[in-house]
Design a protein around this ligand. Structure first.
Ligand SMILES: *Cc1c(COP(=O)(O)O)cnc(C)c1O
Length: 325
């Protein structure tokens, strides 16, 4: 990947185009079955370009109550696009078609209109939980029946496709606009692509307004291309490693592991055990886990962690969970 970056052919993507960035965008658009893709510095910006495209200021975007767009993007949809988020809470891990149907208010003249439904697959906060194509399609149908467009936060769509045994194009087909991360599972240092149908110009305009125009971006786009071509086929290894890790850690010290669909393992700690304390102890032994909430840790498997290292990490985490009791 570093070699590809060093050798990348570059131009000025703001001025008249960067060939490597163009190649990346064309490849991502092709993989997603979309008309265009635009390279963005982050998934957060890609989400905000997408919402800016689909949402009408003064309306709502309906989405899972624990969506990345709600939890991790500093109210950007409100600040940048004038959109109010409408968190949809359900009984399960992620928003279901029934949850979404119930969330739409009955039409009335003082209510806030909605313009977008945003899906997230896989769902980060739900532990990399996968939503089936059938459920995505039903939610898209419900959204359109209510006059809404459909956005898909597909930061982790590569993982969803592997877990569901399908391709990203099939999953993206339900959405008007989507995005995918090239960092994270694919291992690129930087970047995501937002992708959609029709004209690219409106998206280009919003990305520019957000400060997302990048000049010799081929230097980093080349890494993303490398990740696309070389690291997609191995994602199933991360999923297998996550299952192995989960099995080794579940029940230790009273902790409960959410069975992983993909490469995220959520660990709910035993009663009275604090996530920050356990995470610090685990870190002292060389394993980094995220403090997700006061009582929940998040572990990720990825291409830089071999099966042997994951086994070793599970050993360390299990030890500290037992000791925390
Ligand atoms: C990581 C992530 C993002 C944002 O990507 P960044 O590149 O970190 O800004 C958006 N949505 C989901 C579901 C994610 O997991």
């Amino acid at each position: 990947m570093r070699q590809a970056m060093a050798n990348a052919e570059v131009g000025d993507d703001v001025l008249d185009g960067d060939p490597t960035t163009h190649a990346l965008e064309a490849r991502v658009a092709e993989l997603l079955g979309m008309d265009w893709a635009l390279y963005c510095p982050s998934g957060t910006m890609a989400n905000q370009v997408g919402l800016g495209l689909l949402g009408r200021p003064g309306t709502e975007v309906l989405l899972d109550a624990r969506a990345h767009i709600i939890e991790k993007e500093k109210a950007a949809a409100a600040v940048m696009s004038g959109l109010q988020v409408h968190p949809v809470a359900g009984a399960g891990d992620v928003m279901t078609p029934d949850d979404l149907e119930r969330a739409f208010p009955a039409p009335n003249r003082y209510g806030t209109p909605s313009s977008v439904v945003a899906l997230e697959n896989t769902h980060n906060s739900a532990g990399g939980r996968v939503t089936s194509l059938a459920d995505m399609q039903r939610m898209a149908d419900i959204a359109r029946a209510h006059g809404c467009t459909v956005y898909l936060d597909g930061a982790r769509l590569w993982n969803a496709a592997v877990a569901l045994g399908t391709d990203v194009k099939t999953l993206a087909s339900v959405a008007d606009v989507t995005m995918v991360c090239l960092s994270k599972g694919l291992g690129a240092p930087v970047g995501s692509c937002v992708a959609g149908r029709g004209r690219v110009e409106p998206a280009w305009e919003i990305r520019t307004r957000m400060g997302g125009g990048m000049r010799q971006s081929g230097v980093i786009a080349s890494a993303a291309l490398h990740g696309l071509e070389h690291h997609r086929a191995r994602l199933h290894e991360d999923h297998a490693n996550a299952r192995l890790f989960a099995a080794a850690v579940d029940g230790k010290g009273g902790a409960r592991v959410v069975p992983p669909d993909t490469n995220i393992v959520m660990i709910d700690l035993g009663v009275g055990v604090q996530a920050s304390v356990v995470a610090a102890a685990i870190a002292a032994d060389g394993v980094r886990v995220s403090v997700w909430t006061a009582t929940r840790l998040r572990a990720i498997t990825h291409l830089d962690a071999t099966r042997a290292q994951v086994e070793q990490a599970a050993h360390v985490v299990a030890h500290h969970l037992e000791a925390s009791r």
